[in-house]
Each structure stands twice: as structure tokens, then as C-alpha cells.
Design a protein around this ligand. Structure first.
Ligand code: SF4
Ligand code: SF4
Length: 186
């Protein structure tokens, strides 16, 4: 090996070392992108599809669902059960029972599109886990909404308190998967 070759090799090695160090130090001073889950959670993008949930009407603190059954008929997986009742003085029904079988839901979105009242949407809940299958095959969306309604009531003290949901303990056990005819009669 000639002296010139040795000098060239040494210079190339030194340049490579400097390049590596520049990249290393550049990355070291960047803010961390690691999310310290579960102490921190990600903010889901707008188009994220978590399980279907009932929405709270910010004006009334109640669900806008009228138990019309259109989402039930639109669902290709038959995984929605809806029931409602007409309260005194109200023109439309109010939802009293809304069960979702999330184990068979394909998140296709047909129910959300079919709803004429904008009463349901995808949740942003991406870390739903359980050891109990029952937590997913009969998700009680009315009960879940009640937690939001309680928060709403605290922030709207002047508003009429939201009507309580049907007592899930007293409510009839969810029926077998509904047919289109059952949905019409609910
Ligand atoms: S997203 Fe699709 S499969 Fe899931 S409940 Fe709605 S219509 Fe049914
Ligand atoms: S289509 Fe909308 S209003 Fe009708 S039952 Fe379903 S969620 Fe309720």
C-alpha cells in the first residue's frame, strides 16, 4: 500500500466518522416522539374508526337517537339491537336500549351513514381491551352515554337534567340478533 492510498483511506474513514456523528447528534437533540403509554395516549385522527357510539346532543344532554331502527336494518352483520319508548309530551321516541355486538362488527360504517339523526359515530377509543368477551358482544351504548351525560350535566347546571337511561339491570336481556322485522317493531 502506497502512502497516498493510506492517506486517502484514512481521510475517507474520518469523513465517514464525522457523517455518522453528525446524524447521531442531530437525532439526539430532536424532541422525543415516543408516547409513554399508558400514562400518555395518542390523539386519534379524525377518520379513525373505533367502535360505534351514541353521541350526546350538546343542547339537551341526551341522545338524539329516536330508535327508528334504520341502523339495525343497514347493518350487514346484524350486530345492533335498539329499543325505545315515547315519553309523555314528546313527538318522537327516545332510545332506551342500544346494544352493539362489537365481536361481529366490521366497522363498515353503514349504520353511521344510515342514521337520519346523526345520533351515532365512531368512537376514538383505540385501546379497548378485556379478558371478558361479554364486554364486547353486548356493549351497552346507552349506559356508556350516561357517563358523558353526567359530565355534561356538571358543565350545564342551568339545563334540564338529562333523562335517566333504562335501568340496565332491570332491562330485558338482549334478544337474539334482530331481524329487519324486529327492528321495524321496536
Ligand atoms: S359499522 Fe357496520 S357492521 Fe358495525 S354496527 Fe355499523 S353497520 Fe354494523
Ligand atoms: S338510525 Fe340513528 S336514530 Fe335510528 S335507531 Fe339508529 S342510531 Fe337511532
Amino acid at each position: 500500500m502506497s502512502l497516498l492510498t493510506a492517506v486517502n483511506d484514512t481521510w475517507r474513514g474520518f469523513k465517514s466518522l464525522l457523517t455518522g456523528m453528525r446524524i447521531t447528534f442531530g437525532e439526539a437533540v430532536k424532541p422525543p416522539i415516543t408516547v409513554q403509554y399508558p400514562r400518555e395516549t395518542l390523539k386519534m385522527p379524525e377518520r379513525f374508526r373505533g367502535h360505534v357510539k351514541l353521541l350526546l346532543d350538546d343542547e339537551t344532554g341526551r341522545s338524539r337517537c329516536t330508535a327508528c331502527g334504520l341502523c339495525v336494518r343497514a347493518c350487514p352483520s346484524n350486530c345492533i339491537i335498539v329499543a325505545g319508548e315515547k315519553r309523555e309530551g314528546e313527538k318522537k321516541k327516545s332510545v332506551t336500549e342500544y346494544h352493539l355486538d362489537f365481536t361481529t362488527c366490521s366497522l363498515c360504517g353503514s349504520c353511521v351513514e344510515a342514521c337520519p339523526s346523526d345520533a351515532i359515530a365512531y368512537s376514538k377509543d383505540y385501546n379497548k381491551v378485556s379478558l371478558d368477551r361479554g364486554d364486547f358482544d353486548h356493549m351497552d351504548l346507552v349506559k356508556n352515554l350516561q357517563k358523558e351525560a353526567e359530565v355534561w350535566a356538571q358543565t350545564h347546571p342551568q339545563a334540564v337534567p338529562p333523562a335517566p337511561p333504562a335501568d340496565s339491570a332491570a332491562a330485558p336481556a338482549p334478544a337474539p340478533k334482530p331481524t329487519g322485522e324486529e327492528a321495524k317493531s321496536s
